[in-house]
Design a protein. Structure first.
Length: 213
């Protein structure tokens, strides 16, 4: 049996997560009507941008849409003061929808898998499996998961983000039955979070006592 700090959860905890890197989603291209076809002439393009904590743009990825691929141009974060742009071509794939039309996918340039999201890591875009990027939820313990669930319910109900504040007010146009169900789920998640915290604290104190003996 592994000791403290071992196991899959701890391995995920130390690795870069999907939410910590730049990513592109095929759904965004579809939403912005940037995919091939629709009567326009290829190639055509634009750029994507992301903002930092201060709200100012800090990351840019240019794109040029072609009939069967998209060409990305970007500067990898952390490069030298005058880095050269990196160019990468990502192929498209298409599948037929049940009720007509077609759906676009990226083909991962590393493994060729059909995916909807690609991540920029180690100077190239690829799927999360090729980059070995876990989801944030895979690095959460029970206490983290229950806290996230509480916050999700509180946002839906428009309640205070202070987890110690009871939820009293029902949102307009929400059925009382739905409100009571969500409030009960929030209470259960909060109780489980508290129990998990107490268990972690007790385990920590036991380790301290063992070291002192």
């Amino acid at each position: 049996m592994g000791g403290f700090g071992s196991g899959k959860w701890t391995r995920y905890k130390r690795r870069t997560k999907t939410n910590q890197v730049t990513r592109i989603n095929i759904c965004d291209f579809r939403k912005w009507d940037c995919l091939p076809g629709r009567g326009r002439n290829e190639p055509y393009g634009g750029y994507l941008q992301w903002s930092g904590a201060d709200g100012e743009p800090d990351r840019f990825v240019g794109f040029e849409i072609r009939s069967d691929s998209v060409v990305l141009s970007f500067v990898f974060p952390g490069d030298s003061e005058s880095p050269s742009p990196i160019w990468q071509t990502i192929s498209f794939d298409r599948t037929r929808c049940n009720y007509g039309g077609e759906r676009f996918w990226f083909l991962c340039p590393s493994c060729g898998t059909r995916v909807a999201v690609l991540y920029l890591f180690r100077r190239r875009f690829a799927c999360r499996h090729c980059h070995q990027l876990p989801y944030t939820s895979q690095a959460e313990n029970l206490m983290d998961r229950m806290y996230r669930k509480c916050m999700k319910i509180r946002r839906r109900l428009g309640a205070s983000m202070s987890i110690a504040t009871p939820i009293w007010q029902k949102p307009e146009r929400m059925h009382w039955k739905t409100f009571e169900r969500l409030r009960q789920q929030e209470r259960i998640a909060n109780d489980r979070r508290t129990i998990a915290w107490m268990q972690d604290a007790d385990s920590f104190l036991n380790r301290i006592r063992a070291l002192e003996e």
